[in-house]
Design a protein around this ligand. Structure first.
Ligand SMILES: [Zn+2]
Length: 420
């Protein structure tokens, strides 16, 4: 007897138009897939052609600072000054954080994300001489508390650089012994240190410890920049030199939009040769604020990167914190924002958006057994949608979220996140 059978569904993988399918689940895994499956189950969901996708993957989320703003009155309390101005505010306000605060907020964030169908998160976590392991200890506790219902991978985010304060690299070595999973990189936060030195330090430590590297690069949007001066160009070259293909991810990459179109292919070749993954964050919100006419949107070249065969995902990045006062850990919502920003509106482009926050993002986290094939982990979302493009355009309700083969969430309009 199966643990759970889901009947009369459309599957995101394969020819989903070809007819309604059933999925059978046992011991947390998909064990059968076909039409009109025989056999009984302890639980059964009998549906009406809803779209089933593998769980959403939040590939870049600052979980330790998420929800630090007022939950009841969301929105920015202080004016938007500059990226550095916001960072100073973050540094000041995070001094008030205790481990308990972070655990409470991150726990609520995990709850909200799960209700929106997220089943895996790559979480950025401050590691620096001032915060030391306060954020890490808190997120390790959240990871443990939620291990049955959310896969969490922790990236050490160098909030105060890697080289500007002596001893920071040793602090990271210690953090990996405590349970950190992935090395972080943020050249813009290492004051007085060149981006090349910062990237080298981060990549060398990742190679030394045999862990993946997750980098913030090219966060600005200069009016023009030489392709050789992009941080992604340097990161891709160094990744190739170190034979670290497939183990490096670069977020933001906004300045890629500022190079002359005739050189874009050269950068793409380097990214492909180095096997670097790209994540687009909602940078439209942050960038172009000083422009007085034709405000730049500040997104990376999402469509062109996808067309070049590079693995591209998108992620929430900041949710209701100093850096972005909006967000719901809802990748359908972020996907719609991306659709507008990146001019992705054909049926196949909207389908690509749904793939970016599922399959492409899962590749970045190296999630094992991900997808709708028999034998894979049963982390699934039943969307009240008839096709991938309708999931985005309708902002489909996530009727059921299934984690490790068990129905973890049943959503109705009454219990959608944020309304309680
Ligand atoms: Zn980030």
């Amino acid at each position: 007897m199966y643990d759970l059978v889901i009947r009369n569904i459309r599957l995101f993988e394969g020819p989903f138009q070809s007819g309604l399918m059933d999925l059978a689940i046992e011991d947390g895994h998909i064990v059968e897939r076909g039409q009109h499956l025989a056999g009984s189950a302890k639980d059964e969901l009998s549906l009406d052609g809803e779209l089933v996708i593998p769980g959403f993957v939040e590939s870049h989320l600052h979980l330790d600072i998420a929800l630090m703003n007022s939950f009841q009155v969301p929105g920015r309390e202080e004016p938007y000054l500059s990226h550095y101005g916001l960072n100073d505010t973050l540094e000041r306000r995070r001094k008030e954080f205790s481990e308990e605060d972070i655990i409470t907020r991150a726990g609520k964030a995990v709850e909200m994300a799960l209700r929106h169908g997220v089943t895996a998160i790559r979480a950025q976590c401050h590691v620096d001489p001032q915060a030391k392991f306060r954020h890490l200890n808190a997120l390790l506790a959240v990871k443990e508390q939620n291990k049955e219902r959310m896969f969490i991978q922790l990236v050490g985010f160098p909030q105060q650089g890697l080289l500007q304060h002596k001893g920071t690299l040793d602090l990271f070595r210690e953090a990996f012994k405590l349970g950190l999973d992935v090395m972080g990189c943020a050249p813009n936060l290492d004051r007085g240190v060149s981006y090349k030195e910062h990237i080298d330090a981060a990549l060398e430590l990742a190679v030394e410890l045999d862990v993946e590297l997750d980098a913030h690069v090219d966060l600005g949007i200069p009016w023009e920049i030489d392709w050789e001066d992009l941080e992604i160009t340097y990161l891709a070259r160094r990744t190739k030199d170190r034979n670290y293909a497939g183990r490096v991810t670069a977020g933001h990459v906004c300045a890629l939009g500022s190079i002359k179109p005739e050189y874009v292919g050269k950068v793409f070749e380097l990214i492909k040769a180095a096997g670097v993954n790209i994540i687009s964050q909602p940078d439209m919100y942050r960038l172009g604020r000083d422009d007085r006419q034709h405000v730049r949107r500040g997104l990376t070249r999402v469509k062109e990167l996808l067309a070049a065969g590079i693995n591209v995902a998108f992620a929430s990045n900041n949710v209701r914190d100093v850096l972005r006062p909006m967000g719901n850990f809802d990748l359908l919502e972020e996907g719609l924002i991306l659709a507008y920003g990146a001019h992705m509106d054909t049926v196949s482009e909207l389908e690509a958006i749904l793939k970016m926050c599922t399959y492409n993002a899962a590749r970045i986290l190296s999630l094992p057994s991900y997808g709708l094939d028999v034998g894979n982990k049963a982390d699934l979302v039943v969307l009240n949608a008839s096709s991938p493009s309708s999931a985005i355009v309708d902002q489909a309700e996530k009727r059921y979220v299934i984690k490790s083969g068990r129905v973890a969430v049943v959503n109705t309009h009454q219990n959608m996140p944020g309304l309680a």
